[in-house]
Design a protein around this ligand. Sequence first.
Ligand code: PMP
Length: 287
Amino acid sequence: AAGKTIRTYFDGTWHDGDIPIMRAADHGAWLGTTVFDGARYFEGVAPDLDRHCERVNASARALDLEPSADAETMVQLVWEGLAGFAPDAAVYIRPMYWAIDGDATTVAALGNTRFAICLEEIPFAPADATVRLTRTRFRRPVLEDAVVNAKAGCLYPNNARMLREAQSRGYQNALVADAMGNVAESATSNVFMVRDGEILTPIANGTFLAGITRSRHMQNLAADGTPVREAVLTFRDFEEADEVFLTGNMNKITPVTEFDGTHYQVGPVARRARELYWDWALSKGTA
Ligand code: PMP
């Protein structure tokens, strides 16, 4: 199939293409009161789609917004929309809500939302793709600073700054500190490291997105006899790692080959985690 396919669910029906969905007066448009989630379809499966649909509703509630679609309905809608894609397409599934009104002169949004789903054909990174990381000078906020308990659009301009900073230094992504100065995650994904045969990941302390893919890898690895330990991890710890890898819905797992001058090989744990993820996804990940 030529060209990238995009389909949009809005106003109760599926539309072909990337259609306009926001209005100038929508609170989401001018004040950024938006939440979203990201999931994946490939090879006939949409791994953990149910959990992604539940999470976007939880994100809405964290901002006192009304989630108008229950998670089961949302899953159904996504499958209806996916029927418009080639069976071999890899699709990024993005449900979203945004606030549509508050008083036009005030910042506080009412609970009223609009809902859309964007399905966009985006291929996976090649299976042998790797990434190089730097340490960003930006930080994850805490709950008093920002709505870190939601996957809110307004958090992402800061992550974009981390990526641009990393790119300006010749890296592709960045490790970011939490408020305590320990490693939280990357700008777009969660992080794992392996040291002396032990698999470690930062403790989900509420200041970063403890991802659905992170938790799925932890379940898979535990079932395979190599449980992951959540720990307070410093940047120094990453200089002593044997393996580092990132996880997130978009590409599931990406080995890291460098962190600010410390080099890593693509190792057996990342390879095994990738294999376990795909085995699980293709057998049970249908959602
Ligand atoms: N952290 C951030 C900042 C992210 O944007 C993402 C992608 N949603 C993740 C972690 C990974 O989360 P998940 O596995 O749920 O996609």
